[in-house]
Structure formats: C-alpha cells, structure tokens
Write a protein of this length. Sequence first.
Length: 163
Amino acid sequence: MGFRETDLPGVGKRYTLELKGGGELTLIIHNTGRREIYIIEDEEEEPTCVISLTEDEAKELGFLLAGTTYQPVAPEKMELIMREMVMEWVKVGGKASFVGKTIAQAQIRKRTGASIVAIIRKENMFVNPDPNETRIEPGDILVIAGTRGQLKSFLEYCGDCHL
C-alpha cells in the first residue's frame, strides 16, 4: 500500500493511494475547493468510479472517514449499551410544551433524564447543540438518547412530539 502526492500546476493537488486489495484511489483537490475521487481497478486505464464533491461535502466525508462522527463500538460494549439505551428521532409539533425555549430553559434532561444529542432543522443538523443558545422550533426533529423509560417521560413532557 503506497501513497503519492503530486502538484497539478494551475489545477491543485493529486493524492493517490494504492489499495491493499489492488487498484488505486485518486483524490484531486482543485484550487477552487472542489474535490474529485477516482477509483481505478487493477489493470484498467479508465476509472470505474468518479465522485465529485463540494468542499463542504468533502469535509463531511472526511469527518466520517476519520471517525470523528462515528466510532465502532466493541461487540461486548455494544451489547450492554443496546440493553439499556435507545435513540429515537422525534418530530416536534407546534403545541409542544417547550417550543420557543432553549434546551436549558426546557430542562428536558432534568425533567425526563433524556438528552437531545442532535437537532435536524430543514437541511441542517446541529450535533450536540448548545443548550443555552439553541431554541426548539416546531418541525424540528430531535435526536433523543436515553433509556426507554426516559424516552417515554420525554414524550409525555413534550405533549406534541411524534416518533
């Protein structure tokens, strides 16, 4: 498995990774911020796969590849976690008890034991939202973590939230 870096004058840089299973993966980073990924199978001249990414898409993919947003859990730990913890996506209705309040003002964790780990709002996802700054809005999808009992308490407290 080898790695090469090549300057592409007027274009950007090319990074080529020789894959252990054969073939290579080439990443071209253009001066404009656009990224292109090429996968070339062994003995082929043309790429079998071409992916073009914006700068933001490339950053998100980089976070995933680096393991910053997800780290696999050892099977023995996962078994313990899965017995106790649940994670649900809950849509907030307009009559929810905490609409317009910050997470801190709503005191969700104090009242229910459940935690908001992310909020999906339109096209955006806010992971680990700031409890003092982030207000809950109708239509938000809250990613809630806790035990089954805590999730039940959360739904009761909300009044207008749906799985």
